[in-house]
Design a protein around this ligand. Sequence first.
Ligand code: GLC
Ligand code: CA
Length: 555
Amino acid sequence: MKTRWYKDAVIYQIYPRSFCDGNGDGIGDIKGIISKLDYIKSLGVDAVWLSPVYKSPNDDNGYDISDYRDIMDEFGTLDDWKEMLDGMHARGIRLVMDLVVNHTSDEHAWFVESRNKDSEYRDYYIWRKGRGKNGKKPPNNWTSNFVGPAWEYDEESGEWYLHLFSKKQPDLNWENPKVRQEVADICNYWFDLGVDGFRCDVITYISKQKGLPNGKVKFPIIGQEKYTVGPHYHEYMHELNQRSFSKYDSMTVGESIGITPDNAGEAIDERVEELDTVFSFDHMGVDFAMDVLPRKFNLAKYKKILNRWQQLPKTCQPTIFLENHDQPRCLPRFVGDYKDKRELAGMALATSMLFMRATPYIYQGQEIGMTNCNFKEEDYLDIMATRVFQLIKKYFPPLMPYAKKVMLKRARDHARTPMQWTDGENAGFSTTKPWMLVNPNYKEINVADNENREDSLLNFYRKAIAYRKGKDVIINGEFSLVYPKDKNIFAYIREYQGRKLFVLVNYKNKPVKFKMPKELTFTNANLALSNYSDSRPAPENMTLREYEAAVYELE
Ligand code: GLC
Ligand code: CA
């Protein structure tokens, strides 16, 4: 029976490679996570979304899976994993695993077999003859999300296979009913071991356009095609829901490019029985495939986008996040140059996200205000940045300085520097040199220091999460923006059965005037939370200080 527990849940995302190293080899692992379960519990979160820990050759850090039923050696064993799960459940924390089934690794046994034209696994993937004389041109003009053509030629069989990500991530052929049954079996395997849900990686890519037609050419090396939410997407998701998700008290969240507020009902309405929720990327200010150009943050536009999701019917549950393992850090992305007010700015962001009508996700390190890193070219390890640099050097070297500038803002590596636990060696992440550069600012930004200060960002997150728990007005209340067009202030009212919550946040590193709007009527006010010790006890005409954030209960 589905209790829909996720409606009142805050979820913490762990990127295992960078969270905590338990055995001193420089790579985060499951033992490391186990050692931090009390810390995770102390945040007050209800569930963990764990990025992939399955067997993988790590072309894309675990998002290329070679065995769906076992754990990557670097991360530990299935027994370690079971111990971790028990430890979470004992603390009342649920576990949401990553499900990467648009593609497998090219080292997965299915793909290895499928290289053989006569194998029954051939049809597990998308193999096609090439175009042109001798078939030496790819079957269509699609490009991969990691830049370059989406097809790889296989000498032996003289055909091409499709990969919407790296060439070591061949796309599965979901039109094959056997593939769909395999996926359901994998999900049920983990559900039976006790997991509580799945985050479904690039799930809207599973159903390809009929006939794999050429896409419209937009930009030579980036993307020109539309391969999200294909013709059978809903059919496949409903089927998976019936064969697996709906049989457990589970939660699913899709990484769902192509699902918009206009069509969200078809994908996440409780009555359609597909996914429970999706991540939308609209508010991240970039189109996924074009995630290369830094754009200026515009608060009015941001609020407008979020508001559209907030207005979904009650049978659709929105999500909200500011960071994940693919995005740069939220500071200073959304709040400008915070200078010496990093923690106040972090609190402002926390306040504006945590009280929306949504399931909030917090990414590891966000709770202590970790920042982007001032990488040198050789520090980037992620396939996205390294491939971009490689191709630019090959085809257009004069663009390199620009590419470097872009990556300092946009690279996925920023989110993947090791978690900063202490000001000691390797930031307390490992006893050995970590697999990836530690951000040198760990001396000031670390968990231990946050623990020592009552008024730290970490303790603010704890307070805010605790306050949120179980409140009807937050779970079910109507959401309405106050001053939607204002470029400095993010303010909204939540309302449920006559009770109101008013959230007021200054997004700027300067004082900003706030004038009481007409709609904000009340007879009693209570200041429930704020990031200054002396915020006004009730909302009124006032000047908000730098990044001042307050939550008022109104009756
Ligand atoms: C998702 C993951 C990302 C990965 C990609 C391919 O976008 O979040 O990390 O590279 O899918 O699996
Ligand atoms: Ca390790």
